[in-house]
Design a protein around this ligand. Structure first.
Ligand SMILES: [Fe+2]
Length: 307
């Protein structure tokens, strides 16, 4: 069986060999963004529009390069940090960048603080982003009607230890299932319940919140929406028996996702941005320990393409 993928499936070696997914920060952007901050010292994050930032020409050029890598390349783009800039600069640079890529979603507020809030996602229905636990490879949003095309992270402060990023190509795992385990693949192509933790999503519609792990989102060919924990919780909380073969199929998927050489590992430095296509790339982070005086802080954006 041959499958038409919207991009070539990759493993860690292929990704790392592709220099195009790691971009230098163009120094000229510092003056541009600082000029915008000077002109508009106070902005409401959720009200910034393309027209507010379209004149930041160097930033625009960088956003276009990132967009090409996200749509036509690997679906992963990292932009290395600027030099010595303050937190306000990083926030505004990152916010403007999200607006230039599309429509940043407001479910969590556009710039959402990913930091340890002391909770335990296995005991209460909170997003893993509010804990310091390892997450497992996943895509973002467990709600049927909320699907960011892109997930972006800006590192304000890395953790004292741990907190490394791990990313993997969902299309590669799909390809492996096609080659080796068509039965599991067919189970993963059926709609499955997901627990809903996304703010703003309608939790009364629990039984409606079903969709496949591998589907065809927006007619793009193979796409993926996966977080194992919320699938298992979805069945448990709805009181519905887990379909036959589902656990085995999730095990098979996890096995291919974690195959040797499949996952790219790296640690975001302060000021570094990571953007991934949320429908073809899974992300994860290792557990971490904080310095209480300087806890890990990443800003996240969910962006929908303007169609
Ligand atoms: Fe995530």
């Amino acid at each position: 069986m041959t499958v038409d993928y919207c991009r070539d499936p990759w493993d860690a070696n292929v990704l790392n060999a592709r220099s195009g997914h790691r971009m230098e920060f163009p120094e000229a952007i510092i003056g541009e963004v600082q000029g915008w901050i000077d002109r508009r010292p106070d902005v409401v994050d959720d009200e910034v529009e393309q027209s507010d930032v379209v004149e930041l020409e160097q930033l625009n050029q960088l956003a276009r390069r990132v967009r090409v890598e996200l749509t036509e390349g690997t679906g992963v783009a990292r932009v290395l940090p600027p030099g010595d800039v303050d937190d306000l600069f990083l926030r505004r640079y990152y916010l403007a960048f999200g607006v230039l890529l599309g429509d940043p979603l407001g479910n969590y507020g556009r710039l959402y603080d990913v930091k340890d809030r002391g909770g335990d996602y296995t005991k209460t229905a909170i997003p893993v982003s509010q804990t310091r636990a390892a997450t497992g490879l996943h895509t973002d949003s467990s709600a049927l009607d909320v699907l960011p095309d892109l997930v972006g992270l800006m590192c304000i402060r890395p953790a004292k230890s741990g907190g490394a990023s791990r990313i993997a190509c969902a299309l590669r795992a799909h390809q492996r299932l096609v080659e080796e385990d068509a039965k599991s693949l067919s189970v993963l192509q059926q709609p499955h319940l997901r627990d809903i933790v996304t703010p703003g999503a309608d939790r009364s519609q629990r039984m409606r919140n079903q969709f496949p792990v591998f589907g065809d989102q927006s007619g793009r060919g193979v796409t993926c929406r996966y977080m194992r924990f919320w699938i298992e919780k979805g069945y448990e909380n709805a009181g519905v028996t887990v379909p036959e073969g589902l656990i085995e199929s999730l095990d098979a998927l996890d096995g291919y996702l974690e195959e040797e050489g499949a996952v790219a590992n790296f640690r975001l430095q302060r000021g570094e941005m990571l953007w991934v296509d949320n429908c073809t790339t899974l992300h994860d982070r290792t557990g971490y320990e904080d310095d209480p005086d300087a806890p890990r802080l990443l800003l996240r954006q969910w962006v929908k393409y303007l169609r």
